[in-house]
Design a protein around this ligand. Structure first.
Ligand code: PLP
Ligand code: COI
Length: 366
């Protein structure tokens, strides 16, 4: 094992036995989502005495963790989701990574965790992608999904913000998040469970929000749906977001509506990018409350042309049908015909993959 100091923060410990090329290629042929992991990971430690220290890029391996580590008891944990794409001439591109670094800090603040400096976050992501660049698929729709996360590692059972943390970055080759998106996905309205409350952790990307969404998600699966849409906690009336995606409604007059960022939904980077892209294409984009009743009525009257979910994992995925205990409703005349979602998806992917000029400065080369 060779050790090279390549920056002030992260040392490289190159693996002596990365996955052989033929095996890696076979694994990447049909990677699915979240199971085909790359060879390396970055681990950086935090302690009160040393601050962030002992940054290492090493072979992917289990983490040594004391069974009393507070993350295992009180869920002091946050994460990010971002992607690296293979562009032309084999260049590897990241999409708005500084936005993820910023949101990671925000999540840390919400969860009373020591924030990872943005430069350290970006360095860790760059170094991991650089060393595992062979794991970035070149297939259309394929990418390297990067999962930075931070956990409270202090062995301590008192309920207090921890004094020790691990910041870790892992990555996996991925294809589409949903199995079949050609006709859009059906989604389930969660009537009994909410995801976030005002004053809660809804704007943080913390594991607890996702754990809390799983009962509703399971209910959705039982009803043949691929995702769950959550309503606001107070009135159970306003659409907030899906379990792992933001949502847009496309009216038939070139207007897009998306729920406003009022403290309970995640500030999606895809959402933010779509708002800019759509406005530049001449759409009117309104960040305003939209109710489930309105959604049902607009779908029935034909005022609503399309609806789509968006996020790093889902990119832009059309919603074909909405199901709840009051009866299902279909969106659009034909689930497969979603011209606005298609136009926006193509423009977004073209920028992410470096196929067109990037007037926004969103893409970063690794
Ligand atoms: N909302 C939730 C709950 C999510 O988990 C995600 C995914 O990260 C999003 C929205 C979309 O965010 P982004 O576009 O930054 O991936
Ligand atoms: C992402 O899009 O990065 C997420 O974290 C959402 C999750 C459904 C994988």
């Amino acid at each position: 094992m060779s050790k090279t100091k390549i920056s002030s923060m992260i040392m490289i410990e190159a693996t002596s036995n990365p996955t052989p090329a033929d095996k890696r290629k076979a694994m990447m042929e049909n990677p699915g989502f979240g199971t085909t992991f790359s060879d390396h990971m970055v681990v950086v430690r935090y302690s009160e005495e040393k601050g962030w220290h002992d940054g290492r890029l090493m072979a992917r391996q289990p983490l040594p963790l004391d069974p009393a580590a507070s993350v295992l008891h009180y869920a002091q944990e946050i994460f990010e989701g971002m992607k690296a794409y293979r562009g032309k001439d084999d260049e590897i591109l990241l999409f708005r990574p500084e936005e993820n670094a910023r949101r990671f800090r925000h999540s840390a603040d919400v969860m009373a965790m020591k924030p990872v400096p943005e430069e350290l976050f970006l360095e860790a992501v760059h170094k991991l992608v650089e060393i595992d660049r062979d794991w970035v698929p070149d297939a259309e729709g394929g990418s390297l999904y990067i999962r930075p996360f931070q956990i409270a590692s202090q062995p301590f059972l008192g309920v207090k913000p921890a004094k020790e943390y691990l910041f870790v970055v892992i990555a996996c080759s991925v294809g589409s998040y949903f199995k079949d998106v050609s006709k859009g996905v059906p989604i389930w309205v969660s009537e009994n469970h909410v995801r976030a409350v005002p004053g809660g952790t809804g704007t943080a990307k913390c594991g607890g929000n996702y754990a809390a969404s799983l009962t509703a998600q399971a209910e959705g699966y039982e009803h043949g749906c691929a995702q769950v849409v959550f309503l606001d906690a107070l009135e159970r009336r306003w659409i907030e977001e899906l379990g792992g995606m933001n949502v847009f409604f496309v009216m038939n007059d070139k207007t897009l509506i998306t729920p406003p960022l009022k403290g309970t939904i995640l500030h999606g980077i895809t959402r933010k990018s779509i708002i800019e892209l759509a406005r530049d294409k001449g759409y009117t984009v309104l960040e305003q409350p939209y109710s489930l009743d309105q959604w049902r009525e607009d779908a029935r009257s034909g005022k609503l042309a399309e609806a789509f979910a968006c996020g790093t994992a889902a990119v832009i995925t059309s919603i074909s049908k909405v199901c709840d205990t009051h009866g299902d409703f279909e969106i659009g005349k034909d689930g497969a015909n979603n011209p606005v979602a298609n136009e926006l998806r193509e423009s977004l992917i073209d920028i992410q993959r470096g196929r067109v000029a990037d007037p926004y400065g969103w893409v970063e080369r690794v």
